[in-house]
Write a protein that binds this ligand. Structure first.
Ligand SMILES: *Cc1c(COP(=O)(O)O)cnc(C)c1O
Length: 429
C-alpha cells in the first residue's frame, strides 16, 4: 500500500507539533511505523491522504458508534451550523440531550456538560471532595481518567500505595491524595479504606476497563466497590467516558446492575464532536455552581453543534434493534479472532463488552494491569501491521480497545473477517 503522502505530511507535522500529533497514541509509537494521515471517513471506512481505504475499528477512539459521517449526524450538525455555532447562553438542545442522558443512564438524575472526558472526571472528583469534605481518592492501575495532574499516578507493581507522579514534575502535592490499587482487587481497596479511615472521598473506576485493552470486572468487583464506598461514606464514581452508550445503552452500570453516585461521560455522547458530561444524584449535583458552591465552568460547554451531534447519535442508537446490531459486530470480531488464533495455535485471550472488543496475546486470562503487561506487544504490532496491509485499521497500540459501529456491516465486515483469518493463517507465527 502506497503511503507516501502520509509520510510527507508526518515529516511536516513533527516540525510543527510535538511528535507530529495532538494526542500521543496517534503517533504509532506502540506498533512502529509512521501514522496515517486521514483525508476523510465514509461509514465504516477511513480514507488516508494517499486514497487508501481501511475498515476502521478505532472510530476516533470510540465516539463514532454509528460510523463516519452518519447522515443523521451530518444533517444535525449542518442544520445547527446554519443557525450559529456557539452562544454562551442556554439553548433548548441542552435540555434535549440532558433528558436523553438521564433517561438512559440509570444513576444520573442531573447532568453538567463539559468539553472532554478529562474535564468530566476532574470535575466529578472536585465535586466528590466537596460533597464528602474529604481529600483522598482511590483509582486503579491501568485505568485512564484523562490527564489531570491528580490522576497521573503510576503505582509500582510491588508497592501499590506509592503515590508517585506518572509525568515529570507533576508536583507531588497534586498526587499525594491519590491512592492506587490493582484492578479487580477488592481486598486492596478495603485495605486503603482501613489505612485512611474517614479520609477517602471517592473511588473512581472504569466499570469495564478499556484503557489497558478491554478488562471486564470480575464477579462481585463492582458490587464490592459499591458496598465499601457506602460503608465508609465515600462516593463511587464510574468513569463511563468509554463504556457509556457502548457496554450497554445505559452504560456498564446498566449491564452490571450497580449504580454509582457520580458518572463521567464522554466520547459517544458527543457523536464525534468534543463533549463530556458528569452527572449523578440530584442532591450531589446541586452542589455545582451556580446551584451550589463547587465551581466549574466552560466557554464552549453545552455547545450547540456538539449537542446536536450527540442527540442525533443517541436518537439513532435508541431505534429498535440498532444497539443489538452493533453488539453483534463486536461479538463476531471477537469470535473470529479467537477461532482463527486457535486454528493457528496462537495463544490469545479475547473479550467483548457490548460494542467494545479486545484481545491480548497471552496464555492466560487477563484481569489486571500486571497481567496485561505480560501480553506479547510485539506480536500485537505484527498483527496490527498485517491487518493494516489488508486494509483493516485497528488501534495502533496493544493496550487499547477495539470499537464496533453500526456501519460495520456487509462487505466491510466480511473483508475484516477474511483479513483476520488470513493474518493468523499466513502472517503470524
Ligand atoms: C477517553 C477517556 C477519558 C478522557 O477523555 P478525553 O475526552 O480524551 O479527555 C477519560 N476516561 C476514560 C475511561 C476514557 O476512555
Amino acid at each position: 500500500m502506497k503511503t507516501d503522502t502520509s509520510t510527507r505530511l508526518y515529516r511536516q507535522a513533527v516540525r510543527l507539533m510535538p511528535g507530529g500529533v495532538n494526542s500521543p497514541v496517534r503517533a504509532f509509537r506502540g506498533v512502529g511505523g509512521d501514522p496515517l494521515f486521514v483525508a476523510r471517513g465514509e461509514g465504516p471506512y477511513l480514507v488516508d491522504a494517499d486514497g487508501n481505504r481501511y475498515v476502521d475499528y478505532v472510530l476516533s477512539w470510540g465516539p463514532l458508534i454509528l460510523g463516519h459521517a452518519h447522515p443523521a449526524v451530518v444533517e444535525a450538525i449542518q442544520r445547527q451550523a446554519a443557525h450559529g455555532t456557539s452562544f454562551g447562553a442556554p439553548t433548548e438542545a441542552e435540555i434535549a440531550l440532558a433528558q436523553a442522558v438521564i433517561e438512559l443512564v440509570a444513576s444520573v438524575e442531573m447532568v453538567r456538560f463539559v468539553n472532554s472526558g478529562t474535564e468530566a472526571t476532574m470535575s466529578a472528583l472536585r465535586l466528590a471532595r466537596a460533597y464528602t469534605t474529604r481529600h483522598k481518592i482511590i483509582k486503579f492501575e491501568g485505568c485512564y481518567h484523562g490527564h489531570a495532574d491528580m490522576l497521573l499516578v503510576q503505582a509500582g507493581s510491588g508497592v501499590a500505595t506509592l503515590s508517585q507522579p506518572d509525568s515529570p514534575r507533576v508536583p507531588p502535592g497534586a498526587t499525594q491524595d491519590t491512592q492506587s490499587a490493582p484492578y479487580n482487587d477488592l481486598a486492596a481497596v478495603r485495605a486503603r479504606f482501613e489505612q485512611f479511615p474517614g479520609e477517602i472521598a471517592a473511588v473512581i473506576v472504569e466499570p469495564v476497563a478499556g484503557n489497558m485493552g478491554v478488562v471486564p470486572p470480575v464477579d462481585g468487583f463492582l458490587q464490592g466497590l459499591r458496598d465499601l464506598t457506602t460503608a465508609h461514606g465515600a462516593l463511587l464514581i464510574f468513569d463511563e467516558v468509554m463504556t457509556g452508550f457502548r457496554v450497554a445503552l445505559g452504560g456498564a452500570q446498566t449491564a452490571y446492575g450497580v449504580l454509582p453516585d457520580l458518572t463521567a461521560l464522554g466520547k459517544v455522547i458527543g457523536g464525534g464532536l468534543p463533549v463530556g458530561a458528569y452527572g449523578g444524584r440530584r442532591e450531589i449535583m446541586e452542589q455545582v455552581a451556580p446551584a451550589g458552591p463547587v465551581y466549574q465552568a466552560g466557554t464552549l460547554s453545552g455547545n450547540p453543534l456538539a449537542m446536536a451531534a450527540g442527540l442525533a447519535t443517541l436518537r439513532t442508537l435508541r431505534e429498535p434493534g440498532v444497539f443489538e446490531r452493533i453488539v453483534a459486530v463486536a461479538a463476531a470480531l471477537r469470535d473470529a479472532i479467537q477461532r482463527s488464533a486457535g486454528a493457528a495455535g496462537i495463544p490469545v485471550q479475547t473479550v467483548s463488552a457490548g460494542t467494545m472488543f479486545g484481545l491480548f496475546f497471552n496464555d492466560t486470562p487477563v484481569t489486571n494491569y500486571a497481567e496485561v503487561k505480560t501480553s506479547d506487544a510485539r506480536r500485537y504490532a505484527a498483527f496490527f501491521h498485517a491487518l493494516l496491509a489488508r486494509a483493516v485499521y485497528l488501534a495502533p497500540s496493544a493496550f487499547e480497545a477495539g470499537f464496533a459501529a453500526l456501519a460495520h456491516t456487509g462487505p466491510a465486515l466480511d473483508q475484516t473477517l477474511d483479513a483476520i483469518d488470513s493474518v493468523f493463517r499466513y502472517d503470524l507465527n
